[in-house]
Design a protein around this ligand. Structure first.
Ligand code: SF4
Length: 335
């Protein structure tokens, strides 16, 4: 396939399906393309190690959203999943936003289809809607405030105690926050397929084998896992905790991509990925891992696939993100 043919089937394939010369030093080529096009690569912690190593910024949803909003680059190459690249476009409409593979979706975002969510919201007119950032632009546009796992507690606490709240789309995160804040938020019944399949039995067996190890868990995990955790937090909070903790061994219950930064930051510590209930030893997000170094290189070289968005939708989806940033700033979570 040549570039004309690859462009013609781009929407069907979701990425530029072109051969890459195996003799190319992709790290050097990507650095060159960054300079030539004034591009910045923003990568999520769940990306493969090579992509994390070429990124200009690695972070979780909140950090990535902030970087996307403040960058001076002309091109934002988003190494993450579709809703994250959409968020970058919402915050920075004048920039070109590229995503190496448009098929990089998210089971959690998909669990809240906009039309069904609209009806749910209409059935509860006295509730305000707080949505986790892992949702589509259409669901963001139906929300009053967006949150991430790093700021959700502060966002909820900023509202009057008697305020009725719909929380979407993650029921596990919602249940955890209900417990933490003593609220009784109405939860949308969505979940992340990666964080829902950790095996309690295998984790307990790992704990027996490594009695000194601390269990670190993301709040998207089920309650039975969270009950066993020594620390619960967003990806960034888990990373910070592992770096500053005097403990030497950790079992990590979130997507296994985070282990790359943990091992880089603390080479003297041992990080064990918490096993899922299937046959795999660690838990990879199949959407995050659709991005590869080759696809990243091709999307930078040909500036495709690009995220485009209707302006009315963008403006409606931006309001609740702006509200999140405002509350996060007041709470001292961001500058
Ligand atoms: S890990 Fe879960 S929430 Fe994150 S992108 Fe993958 S499916 Fe979505």
């Amino acid at each position: 396939m040549n570039i004309t043919e690859a462009k013609a089937v781009l929407n069907k394939r979701g990425f530029l399906d072109l051969p890459v010369d195996p003799s190319l030093d992709l790290f050097a080529e990507i650095e060159k393309l960054k300079k030539e096009t004034n591009a910045i690569i923003l990568a999520h912690y769940y990306q493969e190690a090579d992509i994390q190593d070429v990124a200009d910024y690695i972070g979780d949803s909140l950090g990535l959203a902030q970087q996307a909003a403040s960058t001076n680059a002309d091109v934002i190459v988003f190494a993450g999943v579709h809703f994250m690249a959409e968020t970058a476009k919402i915050l920075n409409p004048t920039k070109k936003v590229l995503l190496p593979d448009l098929n990089a979706g998210c089971s959690l975002a998909d669990s809240a289809p906009a039309e069904a969510f609209r009806k749910f919201k209409e059935a509860h007119p006295d509730h305000i809607v707080i949505s986790y950032i892992n949702c589509t632009a259409e669901v963001k546009a139906l929300s009053d405030i967006i949150c991430t796992s790093g700021n959700v507690e502060k966002i909820i606490e900023s509202l009057p105690k008697d305020q009725k709240i719909i929380f979407a789309p993650d029921r596990n995160l919602g249940a955890y926050v209900n417990k933490l804040t003593g609220r009784n938020m109405l939860l949308w019944d969505g979940s992340c397929q990666v964080h829902e399949i950790f095996s309690l039995e295998k984790i307990l067996s790992l704990k027996r084998q490594h009695p000194e190890a601390l269990l670190l868990a993301h709040p998207e995990c089920e309650e039975i896992i969270l009950k066993e955790a020594d620390f619960i937090g967003s990806t960034t909070q888990i990373l910070k905790y592992a770096t500053s903790s005097p403990a030497k061994e950790f079992i990590v219950a979130t997507e296994a991509g985070i282990l790359h930064q943990m091992e880089k930051d603390s080479p003297d510590k041992v990080f064990i990925p918490a096993p899922p209930s299937n046959a795999c030893a660690c838990n990879d997000c199949p959407y995050m891992k659709l991005n590869t170094l080759e696809k990243l290189y091709l999307c930078m070289k040909f500036q495709l696939p690009e995220i485009k968005m209707d302006e009315n939708l963008r403006l409606a989806a931006k309001k609740p993100i702006d509200k999140m940033m405002e509350i996060s700033r007041k709470a001292g979570l961001i500058k």
